[in-house]
Design a protein. Structure first.
Length: 189
């Protein structure tokens, strides 16, 4: 990176280093991008002790996200007998058909739709490290998909070195390093 960009990154970091951040879809786009660029410039960017406010998430939580609202939006009809099993089942089916018709990138395939509609809680911005049901970090890719990061790093120490030298985002590498250090410190105590 050219020296002037490094200086600019350091200057930007000095403005925001103790600040909480906010934006629209910022938790999934702007902040991960900012973190990656800061780390590329050699600036130790971390959000661990700061807050982030994502206005898009607030919008999604505040506006009605019910079957009745989806039925009205996609099918332009009111859902009578909402919460009866038959009405809800038929409305859900009609909403799905309307979504498949409306969005060209949706495939009429159960596996595709199941994957598309799932959400994982992730430890790194890129989603290479997700949390399992117990809140432990697990790999979400490759040969160790679904396995606990600490167990793999303990059993295969060379894997950590490979991850650090491979083409993964810097923030993912930072998270992996923090997990490894935490595990090391836990062994000492």
């Amino acid at each position: 990176m050219p020296p002037h960009l490094n200086r600019l990154a350091k200057e930007i970091h000095s403005w925001i280093k103790d600040s909480d951040l906010g934006g629209f879809n910022s938790n999934r786009f702007d902040i991960p991008l900012l973190a990656e660029e800061m780390l590329r410039a050699g600036v130790d960017f971390d959000m661990k002790n700061r807050q982030s406010i994502d206005v898009q998430t607030i919008f999604h939580k505040m506006e009605q996200r019910t079957l009745s609202a989806a039925f009205k939006f996609y099918c332009d009809r009111s859902l009578d007998d909402a919460h009866s099993a038959e009405a809800d089942t038929m409305a859900t089916y009609e909403v799905l058909k309307a979504q498949l018709d409306r969005y060209e990138n949706l495939e009429n395939d159960t596996t595709f739709l199941a994957d598309f509609s799932s959400r994982k809680k992730i430890a790194d911005f890129a989603g290479f490290i997700a949390y399992d049901k117990d809140g432990d970090e697990c790999f979400s890719f490759g040969k160790h998909n679904g396995k606990k990061v600490t167990e793999i790093l303990d059993k295969e120490p060379g894997y950590f070195g490979w991850l650090l030298s491979a083409d993964f985002p810097l923030y993912t590498k930072k998270v992996l390093t923090a997990i490894k250090l935490r595990a090391f410190n836990n062994k000492l105590h």
